[in-house]
Design a binder for this molecule. Structure first.
Ligand SMILES: [Cu+2]
Length: 279
């Protein structure tokens, strides 16, 4: 008699826990206490929509499965005269629970892939504003191509304290390049204009992340990766590193200033070039 009631109590406790889990999940996530910061870019809306649709589908499945489990542990909790039953096979059930998730997940992957290719593979327009962002443990360095619109050659062998990016100052394209560390200056970019960010890393994986733009892209040592966006609201935005890159990861931050293109050009005119700092 004692064992029977114990199985029942365990079942009820587990069911209560599951119901509580569902309530906490729905209230905190559904109530958007931790949600994205307000949007400030053109592509962001499509990304948010994809995220929300994915969350609603997976969230609904989560809620239904947990509540069903809670029902089962109470309804079929152990008892003295109760024997476990099992089914060897239920083809209909297996077909349904294979096909339904396959269809849902495939359509999510296809719509995500199409969005990704629309943004990344089709790429930015030719006249986009270009800037390079370099990651290293533990700071960002920014480089602008200068008036000629061309980034000068770089070589890891040329890297030194004065020349942190290893810029070849003998390359004519380098002379007007502008570079500085995050913290020395802020990254200035134009509003309502496509901006391409070329990402490079000097050591480990880093990830360039501006939450308001829904932009996140890895910087990979040995290659140049690219992301692009159109900022739609002027202001100051925090650049974070979204890849745990070592002990000082937390302090890898920068500030991005979005302003009118004319203000960006005026600001660029005031900056020192490679010809000034690497004589
Ligand atoms: Cu980092």
């Amino acid at each position: 008699m004692a064992r029977k009631s114990l199985g029942r109590i365990e079942g009820i406790l587990l069911a209560l826990f599951l119901v509580l889990l569902v309530v906490v999940a729905v209230v905190t996530i559904g109530g958007r206490f931790w949600w994205f910061p307000p949007l400030a870019s053109e592509h962001g809306k499509a990304i948010d929509t994809l995220f929300t649709v994915t969350l609603i589908i997976t969230g609904t499945v989560f809620v239904l499965v947990q509540l069903f489990l809670a029902f089962l542990v109470v309804r079929y909790s152990g008892g003295e005269n109760r024997r476990a039953a099992y089914q060897i096979e239920n083809r209909m059930l297996e077909v349904v629970w294979t096909i339904v998730p396959a269809v849902i997940l495939t359509s999510l992957i296809v719509s995500g892939g199409r969005l990704w290719s629309r943004i990344q593979i089709s790429g930015p327009p030719k006249d986009a504003f270009e800037v390079e962002v370099w990651g290293e443990q533990f700071r960002w360095t920014f480089r602008y191509p200068g008036k000629d619109g061309k980034f000068g050659r770089t070589d890891p062998k040329l890297i030194s304290t004065e020349n942190p990016l290893g810029i070849d100052k003998n390359d004519p394209a380098s002379k007007d390049d502008i570079f500085f560390f995050a913290g020395e200056e802020n990254l200035h970019i134009p509003v309502n204009k496509p901006v391409v960010v070329y990402l490079r890393s000097k050591d480990v994986l880093h990830s360039f992340y501006v939450p308001q733009f829904r932009v996140k892209q890895d910087a990979v040592p040995g290659m140049v990766t690219r992301t692009w966006f159109v900022a739609t609201k002027k202001g100051e935005y925090e650049i974070a590193c979204a890849e745990l890159c070592g002990l000082g990861h937390y302090m890898m931050r920068g500030v991005m200033v979005v302003e009118d293109e004319k203000d960006v050009q005026d600001w660029l005119k005031d900056q020192l070039t490679v010809a000034d700092v690497l004589p």
